[in-house]
Design a protein around this ligand. Sequence first.
Ligand code: ZN
Length: 497
Amino acid sequence: MRELHPDHDRVVAALTVPELAPIIDLVVWAGHDGEPAAFAANHLGSVRLEADGTHHVLSGIDPIPSEDPMAFLPYDAECAEPGPRLSTSNAYPYAAPRLLSFFSHPDRSPDLAIVHTPRHYFPDEGGHVGEHGSLDVIQSRAPLILAGPRVRRQGYAAAHARLVDVGPTMAVLAGVPEDDLVDRHGDPVDGRVLHEHLLPGEPRPVVGILWDGAHCGDLLHLAESGELPGVARLIERGVALRGGAVAQFPSVTLTNHTSILTGVGPGRHGVLGNVYFDRASGERVVPNDAATWHRSSEWLHGHVRTVFEMVADHVAPQGFPRSASIDEAIDRGADYSTMQLIRASGDARGADGLTDQLPDPHTSPFNVDPAHLEDHYFSWGVQVDDLGLQQIRQLWADPATAPRLTWWANVVTDAGHHGGGPRSAMARASLRQSDARLVAFLDHLEAIGALEEVTLVLTADHGFEGADPSVTGSWAPALDALGISYRDEGPGLIYLA
Ligand SMILES: [Zn+2]
């Protein structure tokens, strides 16, 4: 954990003025005073957060009085208002452990982080109508559904988990001994196996499916309404957690793909955000970009183990892939990997260079509204996800040669939620078309007689909230007025010189 910068107090004071409250939800950092602790402040007050969940108010009132991971449930409660206006009416699950992990990287953690209010709209700096990244419960709530022969059939359960639990749970179901859920230093992973939802049994093939940014509440609502028959089929054969799985902070894509697939938080795996600064190399790192998507091993630390590496350590080679990573950046150790195919192509443009070879989105059998293809990201998502379905059907052509662990990342759901915000026509269209691909895959498993043998996991990397286009502005002038040298990556990750 870094020492506090000499200008730290001035920076926090400048960012916690009432004038910035519409756009700044919280300023967060970590430090030592005796024990390592996390801190949060805004215009209402400041608090010290200990790892065991204890809050010590330092000034004013506690800016984050709730850490309830089940806040805004049932789903009607989330839909009833456009989003909390104050941090005191929001919830921030596992605030201390998540912040302590985020701030524990010696080179890549910023000095402090600014959490946008859910309503902040910042299109000039990359913001969208639908956004995520916050410490808050809705942007951190990813769906989690487990289904298959090793899963207790509970239907919709009033429960939650954490995304760091997903990889360890998949690894154990696939045959990794629980006592080997450790990194290369022998330290246990941060997540835990979700035994309360599992049945004992032999290792079986596991298929993990990620719908990037799929909104937990809306996904379950549509499944219950009969609009997502594939998801409903999974829930019939297992469990859907109402509280989903809590993302790591920041609730952004690559940080959480990495946390899912390694079982550890960002301070350990090193992917601090979709963009961050590395003091050791003096470089700004932008891992979450189509042009760099296939280079994850360059920023993922060597001492963490991916679930693919864990499977490779325990499942003997048999002449076909033991594990497969479809359209996933964090693919290290997978026998089959889309990103490895891109690396092998030698095209320096990465996934961008392969766009010409992707299926035509205009002839996709899964995209219903051609107008959505005018959004470039959505259109690319349709292409990538159609190719993903082709890959998983090939990998699962014959159950006798199918991987023990298959991981299939889907993109279009993130595009739909960014473009329209949660519950929008575009977001729901992205969920429906992802469900149609899921149905195609489940029908395929059924046709080859494998559906009863496979454990299926459906999750995402973060949630989403809708911004308010009338709430704009930037904190940059407040920082500039201090006359100090700083970098702001994200925006919101503040590195002081
Ligand atoms: Zn994402």
